[in-house]
Design a protein around this ligand. Structure first.
Ligand SMILES: *Cc1c(COP(=O)(O)O)cnc(C)c1O
Length: 427
């Protein structure tokens, strides 16, 4: 059925570990053979065997406007005519930084990098420099990229593959990363009581998207803010996924809690590699060349990525955001109704255009809860949906994304196929 996909993956496995350039793409979390993409347009992906899918992965959240959005392509094409990289200042970096600050005023200054991993690594370096402390506190199931400091109880592919903390990370480094359960302020208190005076930063995904979708309880983020202030640590919101997605201004706007430093990525590059870290001016002034904290990048602020990001953010107005948020809520409510009708234990939630679901009756508040969901039911459902042309993330520990290109008809078509897929999967 997937003749060309299978043939290409066979070649891929000979030259690329697991046949992929990033682990979750290999379908290890669900079994079976990944499809190979031919092209995308709007809400749809087409594989090399000409099968079409309604896509809820959307390049893992990088595509707010859908695949091959014509205005984004035009912006890239126009920028491209003037050259693809300069290693020198350009006006478009300034324009994008100004627009980001308009949406997220607490990012008084920011530094562009190329990946979310670089953004979080750099934010931690800055937090350590600013506080003169070495420990960081993260949360079980949160994923902050593949930097050494973060591969401790990490989510995303690490969770999908059921890996312990990654080999290759020196123990002395891993020992500086403390972890607590999400939504558990008592757990945070326990860690802080032992390490508070050595804690440089608390870093968190304000809504977890890398252990499946897990929303914060109302008091949790406020409690982290208070704890950080109390012990003199910085609060870092890793908004690589949630930035411009859970609200036009991200977590600060949605939850009314401001971090000292924020990392953004994915949407900010409009489907090209761009990310950033930013926050309080006094902190960002410590970054080289203003200050001594070194961080650099040959392709940072790449003009094509800046053009794609700028076009994306300009089009992603608060009004459009609201529309996509409403459609996302409708998808999730529809899935809940179908599961209830079929008598399937199920829980689902969304924030902005980000959503997730678990085959579990009780709500999911933590990574431990997520792991207690019915993973084999997820696998059956995933494949039943995929075979009907609906592509959800190939792991129970990843979120889903709705783009501005997903119309009401796509949501209706999805729900129809989800009903069949749930029915097939429960058998
Ligand atoms: C995707 C992601 C990262 C890593 O970004 P890359 O561009 O893959 O390096 C970091 N943090 C969060 C919350 C993410 O979702």
């Amino acid at each position: 059925m997937r003749g060309r996909s299978a043939a290409i993956m066979a070649r891929a496995r000979d030259v690329l570990p697991g046949g992929v350039s990033s682990p979750v793409r290999a379908f290890k979390g669900v079994g079976g053979e990944p499809f190979v993409v031919q092209r995308g347009a709007g809400a749809r992906l087409v594989d090399v065997d000409d099968r079409e899918y309604i896509d809820y992965v959307m390049s893992w959240g990088a595509l707010a406007l859908g695949h091959a959005s014509p205005p984004v392509l035009d912006a890239i094409a126009e920028a491209m005519q003037g050259g693809t990289s300069f290693g020198a200042p350009t006006e478009i970096e300034v324009e994008l930084a100004e627009l980001v600050r308009q949406r997220m005023p607490h990012l008084e200054m920011l530094r562009f990098v190329s990946t979310g991993t670089e953004a979080t690594m750099s934010a931690i370096r800055l937090a350590r420099a600013a506080t003169g402390r070495d420990r960081i506190l993260k949360f079980d199931g949160c994923y902050h990229g593949h930097g050494d400091a973060f591969l401790v109880r990490a989510g995303s592919g690490v969770a999908t593959l059921g890996l312990p903390d990654s080999p290759g990370v020196p123990d002395v480094l891993a020992a500086l990363t403390l972890s607590a359960p999400f939504n558990d302020l008592d757990g945070v208190r326990g860690v802080v009581d032992g390490h508070g005076d050595r804690l440089a930063a608390i870093i968190v995904e304000p809504v977890i998207g890398n252990a499946g979708f897990i929303a914060p309880e109302p008091a949790f983020l406020r409690g982290l803010r208070a704890t950080a202030d109390e012990v003199g640590a910085l609060l870092i919101f890793d908004e690589v996924m949630t930035g411009f997605r859970i609200a036009p201004g991200g977590a600060a706007e949605r939850f009314g809690v401001r971090a000292d430093l924020t990392t953004i990525g994915k949407i900010i590059g409009g489907g090209l590699p761009a990310a950033a870290y930013g926050g309080r001016r006094d902190l960002m002034d410590m970054v080289a060349p203003s200050g001594p904290v070194y961080q650099a990048g040959t392709l940072s602020g790449n003009p094509l990525a800046m053009a794609a990001g700028l076009a994306t953010l300009r089009l992603l107005t608060p009004a459009l955001h609201q529309k996509v948020e409403t459609r996302t809520a409708r998808l999730v409510a529809g899935m809940r109704t179908l599961a209830a009708r079929l008598g399937i234990p199920f829980t689902a939630d969304s924030a902005g255009s980000m959503f997730g679901f678990f085959f579990r009756a009780e709500p999911v508040r933590s990574f431990a809860d997520a792991r207690a969901s019915d993973v084999s039911m997820f696998r059956r459902f995933f494949h039943a949906a995929l075979s009907r042309g609906v592509y959800f993330a190939p792991s129970p520990f990843e979120a889903g994304f709705v783009s501005a290109a997903h119309g009401d008809a796509d949501i209706d078509a999805t729900l129809e196929r989800v009903e069949q897929a749930m029915d097939e999967a429960r058998a």
